[in-house]
Design a protein around this ligand. Structure first.
Ligand SMILES: C[S@@+](CC[C@H](N)C(=O)[O-])C[C@H]1O[C@@H](n2cnc3c(N)ncnc32)[C@H](O)[C@@H]1O
Length: 293
């Protein structure tokens, strides 16, 4: 791969998926793209780039997908799911007593362990949510991970990572070396392909958003822009969960920490948001303003 090939790939990946590669990540690009070049009967990465430069959209989409990191596991980091059970669900159930419905978005859901962990938490909440309408929307840029997630089939290794044995026994059926999650839990999730760099306002308003371990790959401006657009899709008392290595601090003032619940944030209804060069009033502010009228 020549320096010019690498620069081409860096620029393209930043534009297409937000992936912000530093100047020294050639080894990563090579290890992810060489298998794709071979599969496409190309001699190497330079030939792959030449093909992409000549406008092969399908190959470009495959490159973007091959460069995503899909690492995930059930109940990853444990604490956000404890918070969900102990604090978030009880508070929202109280606040939504009249409506009896909850909408949850799992952005960057990868192969499904995260949205299925959320679904199992809801199911395990039992009588707390009996008779409630709950919707979980799982989205990801990668079609391959969405297909795996939809199937709900996991290897022995995958179910051994983070999934309590009693939930495995209760919600999964074993078929040889594989385990499939029950149709009931699968039916709680709607899967959609979605690139966080693009408009996602059509998804509607959510009470809870999990956006974990994806923004770490983006630069500060992209992160701030995504936080600001997420804030506009949240109920004023909604909750955002981020990954263990992620935070809003120093990036945006559209969220504030959820008291005593590390990794959780609430929309900040006070400030006027800035998105790129334009200033706009978030939906949460609009809701407060219209309620006051
Ligand atoms: C490391 S996984 C995180 C999965 C899960 N949220 C978790 O914390 O276990 C990151 C996921 O983000 C997805 N992704 C990367 N760039 C994206 C983008 N621009 N829009 C949406 N999803 C993206 C990848 O395909 C991948 O499945």
């Amino acid at each position: 791969m020549t320096p010019s090939d690498y620069e081409y790939l860096r620029k393209l990946l930043k534009e297409r998926s937000g992936l912000d590669l530093s100047a020294d990540k050639q080894y990563l690009v090579e290890s992810r793209l060489l298998p794709l070049a071979r599969k496409s009967s190309l001699a190497g990465i330079s030939e792959l780039v030449t093909r992409m430069r000549s406008g092969s959209e399908a190959l470009t989409a495959d490159v973007v997908e091959a460069m995503t990191t899909n690492e995930t596991f059930f109940f990853r980091d444990k604490i956000p799911f404890d918070h969900l059970r102990e604090a978030v669900l009880p508070a929202l159930v109280k606040a939504r007593a009249a409506r009896r419905s909850l909408r949850i978005w799992c952005a960057a859901s990868s192969t499904g362990q995260e949205p299925y962990s959320i679904a199992m938490c809801l199911k395990e909440a039992g009588s707390l949510l009996a008779g409630w309408r709950t919707e979980i929307v799982a989205t990801d840029l990668s079609l391959a991970v969405l297909e795996k997630s939809k199937a709900g089939i996991f290897s022995q290794f995958e179910v051994q990572r983070g999934l309590p044995i009693q939930l495995l026994v209760k919600y999964f059926t074993q078929n040889g070396e594989l385990w499939q999650i029950s149709p009931e839990i699968r039916g709680m999730i709607q899967h959609r392909q979605l690139n966080l760099l693009q408009d996602f306002s059509h998804l509607g308003t959510f009470d809870i958003i999990f956006c974990r371990n994806v923004l770490i790959y983006f630069d500060q401006t992209t992160k701030a822009n995504i936080f600001e657009r997420i804030a506009r899709m949240m109920e004023p008392d909604g909750v955002l969960a981020l990954g263990a290595a992620e935070s809003v601090v120093g990036i945006t003032n559209t969220f504030k920490p959820f008291p005593e619940r590390r990794g959780l944030y609430r929309p900040n209804v006070a400030p006027v948001l800035r998105v790129g060069a334009s200033t706009m009033v978030p939906q949460t502010l609009r809701a407060v303003a219209s309620a006051a009228r």
